[in-house]
Design a protein around this ligand. Sequence first.
Ligand SMILES: Nc1ncnc2c1ncn2[C@@H]1O[C@H](COP(=O)(O)OP(=O)(O)OP(=O)(O)O)[C@@H](O)[C@H]1O
Ligand SMILES: [Mg+2]
Length: 547
Amino acid sequence: MSRVAPSELGWRLGKSVIPRGVQLWVRYDRTTGVYGAQGSGKTLDLLAPALLAHPGAALATLTKLDDLLLTVTDRQQPLQAGATGGRGAPRPVAVLDPFGIAPGVPELVWDPIAGCVDPMVAERRAKAFSAGTVTGAVAGGRQDGAARFYAAETAKVLQGFFHAAALTGRTLEHVLEWVANPVKAEKPAEILEQHPQAARFWDGLLHGALSGSADTVGNTVTTVQQAMALFFQPSIRARCVPRAGRPATDITDVLARRGTVYLLGRDDPYASASPLMTAVAEQVLDTALAMATASPHGKVAPSFLACLDELPSTTPLPTLRTRMANERALGLSFLYAAQTWRQMVVCYGEDEARSLFGLTNNIVVFGGGKDIHFYREVSDLLGITRISRQSISDGPGGIGTNRSVEDVPVLRPEHIRLIPERQALVVAENAPPILAKLRRCVDGRDGRALLARQAAARSQVSLDRDARVDPAERAAAALAYSRAHDLTDPDDPSDVAAPDHERDGELHKGRTAAPHLDDSPSDPDSAPTPATHTHTHTHTHTKEWSW
Ligand SMILES: Nc1ncnc2c1ncn2[C@@H]1O[C@H](COP(=O)(O)OP(=O)(O)OP(=O)(O)O)[C@@H](O)[C@H]1O
Ligand SMILES: [Mg+2]
């Protein structure tokens, strides 16, 4: 009988300190949530090692380029002989990199409209996009409840837009035109009302979400635009969305070849990638689920690992709880990390965050945090233990001893904060609490080799990033065009008219100059972005405006 490597059945968590000396492994059909402050070791001690050792396909979310570069080389290596299957073929990776942080690594190209003829797909996608807006809205000052209400209204609008676009062969460009001014966009409602294959009553849902009090509609519109905000950047749209010569990534193929889909976001309050990343993550998980149900074994084998680092800020998946409950038995394994409990509450709401916490088989808590309320709850979860005390009194009446029993917490909240680095508290199903020693993947000889591969990957990430147009050159070209087309402010004394010969040249070049200025290589005749819309309305003296 051939030996089965433990990494085919689960991932190594560490070795127990209390009780002493037991190797700790987490089965792939058990879910794990990791809580730890910034720099506590969530990624390097747990998520990265689990991803590196995992023999099957994986989804990894992250916000740091270094974390991507640490695993991206090894995840492409063929599996070592001895693991079942593998056959020595390199494994694919596909990185969704909206901000162009990691040029040179294989990219994930994804069409948000594809598949939305099916109302179920349109609805799920719209909900995923809108769920990604909640964290940002709450952090931006809106209350949790209000943020969730507008996210739900947003989903109604987006599902209608996605469905209408897909039914009529329209593209993301058209959806963005509608999103730029949802209240004025008549086409989607018309399509939903008239198309025989349109989901019934969706025109009503769309109308309902976009009518009513001006405040409510205004907030809904803002949230809709926030959900799609990334795509309004031409460079991001060009990078993520398919076009001629740049087809969409075949996610099923990547997963079937035990590849890895990375979603690389950014912790940036101005430009959150989480709506897009949540939508792509849902699609990857749905693909893995479809593979499980189509398999003769009824499950993905080897299992699929969803390694969701910084879950609340990368991919606040609305379906995570249900997926964890239903899909872990189908070979989909879930490992998520968050810095604080509060982040989870902001993202999911108190009740949902609690259910998620309750459903997670293993909770791993690092020390060093400041959230005493969370530590108190964990301490309560560990329960109490009975200890006996013996006190000796030495008084005028002589020496006396007194024995008493006392119930004390197994681990006091303040002691959880003191758990040292490279160790964590593990609350695993019905086992007693465990203090575990973890292995940081950058330690030791293996760690040095891994860091060397990370350094090599970093130097490959080309320094010249995107071949960008020099900002000064770009500004000069824009101004020249504006002068040639009477778009400048006539009252501005600094606006000295360009010499006639220059003017003529620019006028002549007009249309060909525009694509050069734009980062987007997309068709210049395609639908305008909201920025150009705004100009058409505000510059009333515009004579000619046709980029
Ligand atoms: N290349 C490296 N070599 C040695 N130590 C490192 C290296 N990179 C990071 N560290 C250290 O390892 C520790 C754990 O880092 P890790 O990235 O795992 O933290 P984290 O819990 O994931 O934090 P965050 O929430 O910010 O992602 C940090 O204190 C960091 O300083
Ligand atoms: Mg991390």
